[in-house]
Ligand binder design. Sequence first.
Ligand SMILES: Cc1ncc(COP(=O)(O)O)c(C=O)c1O
Length: 391
Amino acid sequence: MKNNMNYSKLLNNYSRYPVEPVKGKGAYLYDSSGKEYIDFLCGIAVTSFGHNHPEITSAVIKQIESFWHVSNLFTSTPQENLAQKLSKQSGLDYVFFSNSGTESIEASIKFARKWGQGRNEIISTHGGFHGRTYGSLSATGQYKFWEGFEPFVPGFTHVPYNDLEAVKNSINKNTVAVLIETIQGEGGVNVASTDYLKGLRKLCSDKNILLIIDEVQTGMGRTGKFFSYIHHGIVPDIVATAKGIANGLPLGATICSKEVADCIKPGNHGSTFGGNPVAIAAANKVVDLLDEKLLNKIEQLGNTLMKSIKDLNLYAIKDIRGKGLIIGVEFINGISCKEIAKKLLEEGFLVGTSGDSVLRILPPFIITEIEISKFISALKKAVTDVSKKEN
Ligand SMILES: Cc1ncc(COP(=O)(O)O)c(C=O)c1O
């Protein structure tokens, strides 16, 4: 593995783990030395069905052996089928396919503004993360991602998360939409309350404002429902999703109500690669596999994982939060989650981090109770070792 800057020609925009996966199978990855890792990161909430899933792989191979790309100028039954399934699961009407989370947010912003007929201001939240392209970045309420990239797209206001009054007070005659994550993944696995989300739904309806939910990280079963807003008994006007939708192939989807969709005409928006046949083949299989039984299992595995971490009763752990298989573990001041992640890596477990204090745990839906219990032992050891070192 040669990833130092003296050798590498790759742009230095990622802090990479010192591991090179060369093979994957189910919940396991193997590096070039043959070391085994249990994947509690899933490529950041992407490979939810694990690596080399037999049914998804064979759906992809079948499509690859036929054709890879023809463009969105042609009719596509697999795209139609996937759109039907996403419409049914979301409670919404029409779907636009792109290639990534940030693009699914860009489309949401454009569709909302088109619907708004001149109204163009969007309210989003502090700690939110919506992507790296200019519209999504302008909506992102974490200024550490902004530095040096000014000026931003005008028309975005950021307010505190989980604070309905703050949204109310920011609405003006130009406001067209509120954009929100039900769980802020990148921002530290901060969970929105049902009261807040129901309040936002009502507020948006009363004020004739669109509610856009960013389900890029929380969608596609991750929380134990197909989309996480289903837990709260609400339906937004626009949903953006990506990440887990095609188990690792690039695909984004923006799903919207008929009223929003009616404003979009041919030529208003598009993407050369969006809804690529190979990614669509994977996504159709992912959606078929995500049945009620599996969704219940995800919720139950999440409860087991969360309870097992709580039961460790470790002083260094300040808070444990999340839903289903997106779990954040926040550490007290002075305990670096990056150090914990490094220790876990040595023990053969991949995890993510949010900022300096929150460990982000995103295992695949195929994880077993045995693998969870191995992870819990490794976490206990990692936290104990790092706590000793820091004291
Ligand atoms: C909630 C949320 N929205 C949008 C994005 C951007 O997705 P992508 O990296 O696929 O552009 C992310 C990525 O982490 C995300 O977590």
